[in-house]
Design a protein around this ligand. Structure first.
Ligand SMILES: Cc1cc2nc3c(=O)[nH]c(=O)nc-3n(C[C@H](O)[C@H](O)[C@H](O)COP(=O)(O)OP(=O)(O)OC[C@H]3O[C@@H](n4cnc5c(N)ncnc54)[C@H](O)[C@@H]3O)c2cc1C
Length: 533
């Protein structure tokens, strides 16, 4: 059978892959094949923002990985979701739209990645965005990614914000604007009560372009190489192994787990690892899969003295009423993202910029049961350190891309991260102890007031923390010996191959990672087309 040839083959229809498919096929002379391991995203659990709690561990839409046990987190193996569906992780994420601090991107440039400073990437954040409140210096209003404000201000959230101001945290209604610091509501990738994933915003409107072919339920097995040039891919679909050729480039957008994994099983990576899994070394690149970073969150929860939290609205006949309301109006409980209020603070006054991010919700979750709300009124304040120092890896265990790789984030292995978790838990308590919250505040349920010293707080953090799902930096951009791609996202030492997704981030941004991934793909599209913003 003749092998089909496309100018570009994009592996992975996640946040980055959907942006690339859209932008590259704007030129009708360019042909693109987009290959996705998962299937259709047409499902109410994906459309409904509250469906997050369902897709979180649903293998129909999720790779449902597990981390390697971590010595600093009680030797626990932690559930590690990643999207496996059109839209990738943007189809199962928590909808929070957070870009980070201008310093994050200036640091990327300062590390030698020319073109990635804040002023140079801001046009790409703006280009992707359709901000419901309109355009300004920081926001765009005619991009495919809709970003809206919360549709209902819960009285407990209002009290949380008033309380934060009481303890000196300034109100900030746009943490994606001139300054991140302060407290306010999260901006969300939701429109009229429905999720706007990258597939929804970027891919679905252009699916019928004649120069784009989208193949779902197709697991890319490996890259094909001719010497040091990538010539295409092999993917498996319905038991059949299919080859496709790239006339110009293969673009890996398989995410911070999938992209390094595919490089390794294709013979591009650390030679010792490749030999261990029985793969011929095609190109030695020791940094592939190394340097994994992620956010690690812990939480403080309280009972609430009035039956007005989301816990009550999500039970019995009220839940049916909420579903009906959502179907009719796109509002109510089902239209909420899992976090309502954002706070960005400096753990110590001496710091120049915020280092802690908070997520507050007028709801509480059962311990050890994924996504289950508690049967009594509750509220939760979660926290993570925005720029962790702990680093880990993603390493293939076998030569088959269908076998899950070893994922070791090494959470809390750095002393600075341990310190930040203790500071963060103390800050959670400060936020929850304000006068403004007094009418609602019941007893602390997590960790419980008996957990008081630094050692006890750290131990609680080790035993009960979890991923915030922000894996990055496993195919890091840079010029050093462990860098995988250069500033134009081409893989060092290999022709015809780029990586464009969260894996290329040189450092963790002070943010949830979807907005930065969309920006990276917008900029990559211009780099590939030889255009400027
Ligand atoms: C549960 C969860 C909640 C999150 N919440 C937020 C949030 O609220 N805000 C935020 O900013 N960020 C959030 N994130 C993170 C954010 O969504 C990701 O950083 C972002 O989507 C990463 O985009 P990506 O393109 O790098 O990878 P992905 O979007 O993960 O896309 C990779 C795609 O490649 C496909 N793929 C992988 N391997 C192969 C293969 N071998 N063959 C074919 N296809 C393959 C995958 O199936 C997937 O569709 C969350 C993530 C998760 C998982």
């Amino acid at each position: 059978m003749a092998v089909a040839t496309f100018d570009y083959i994009i592996v992975g229809a996640g946040s980055a892959g959907c942006v690339l498919a859209n932008r590259l096929t704007q030129n009708p002379r360019i042909s693109v094949l987009l290959v996705e391991a998962g299937g259709s995203d047409r499902h109410p659990y994906i459309a409904a923002p509250a469906g997050f709690l369902k897709t979180f561990a649903d293998p129909r839409f999720n790779w449902c990985f597990t981390t390697e046990p971590g010595a600093a987190v009680g030797n626990r193996a932690i559930h590690f979701p990643r999207g496996k569906v059109l839209g990738g992780s943007s189809a199962i994420n928590g909808h929070l739209y957070v870009r980070g601090q201008s310093r994050d991107y200036d640091t990327w440039a300062q590390l030698g990645n020319r073109g990635w400073s804040y002023e140079e990437v801001l046009p790409y954040f703006r280009k992707s965005e359709d901000r419901s409140t309109g355009a300004d210096r920081f926001h765009g209003s005619d991009g495919p990614q809709h970003v809206s404000d919360i549709h209902e201000r819960h009285p407990i959230c209002e009290a949380f914000i008033a309380g934060a101001e009481e303890i000196g945290v300034p109100r900030n209604d746009d943490y994606n604007g001139s300054s991140q610091e302060g407290v306010g509501y999260y901006q969300r990738t939701i429109k009229n009560g429905r999720r706007v994933s990258a597939a929804h915003g970027f891919l679905r409107p252009i699916m019928r372009r004649p120069n784009l072919r989208v193949v779902t339920n197709a697991l890319t097995q490996r890259l094909t190489l001719d010497g040091s040039r990538v010539t295409g891919i092999e993917y498996r679909r319905r038991g059949e192994l299919i080859s496709a050729r790239s006339g110009r480039e293969v673009i890996l957008s398989a995410g911070a787990i999938g992209s390094p994994h595919l490089l390794q099983v294709s013979g591009i990576g650390a030679p010792d690892l490749l030999r261990e899994i029985g793969v011929e070394v095609r190109h030695a690149l020791p940094g592939v899969g190394e340097g994994l970073q992620d956010h690690y969150a812990v939480r403080v929860a309280h009972r609430v003295t009035q039956p007005i939290t989301l816990n009550e609205r999500a039970r019995g006949t009220r839940l049916y009423w909420e579903i009906a309301k959502w179907l009719a109006t796109g509002r109510g409980l089902i239209a909420f993202s899992p976090a309502h209020v954002a706070a960005f603070v400096r753990s110590h006054a001496g710091l120049e910029l915020p280092d802690l991010q908070f997520v507050f919700t007028p709801a509480s979750y059962s311990v050890g049961v994924v996504g289950q709300l508690q049967p009594f009124p509750g509220m939760t304040n979660g926290v993570w350190q925005m720029r962790p120092e702990s680093k880990g890896f993603v390493r293939a265990r076998t030569a088959d891309s269908g076998d899950a790789p070893a994922i070791q984030p090494n959470y809390l292995s750095a002393a600075a991260d341990q310190r930040a978790i203790v500071d963060g838990l103390r800050w959670c308590r400060r936020f929850l102890a304000t006068d403004a919250l007094r009418p609602y505040r019941g007893p602390e349920t997590l960790p419980g007031t008996q957990v008081a010293t630094d050692e006890e707080l750290l131990d609680y953090g080790r035993q009960h923390g979890a991923t915030v799902y922000h894996a990055v930096s496993t195919c890091r951009m840079g010029q050093d010996s462990l860098a995988v791609v250069c500033a134009d996202l081409k893989v060092h030492g290999i022709a015809g191959l780029r990586v464009v997704d969260a894996s290329v981030m040189p450092t963790m941004p002070s943010a949830n990672t979807n907005a930065a991934t969309l920006m990276i793909a917008e900029k990559a599209s211009d780099l590939i087309a030889g255009k400027s913003p």
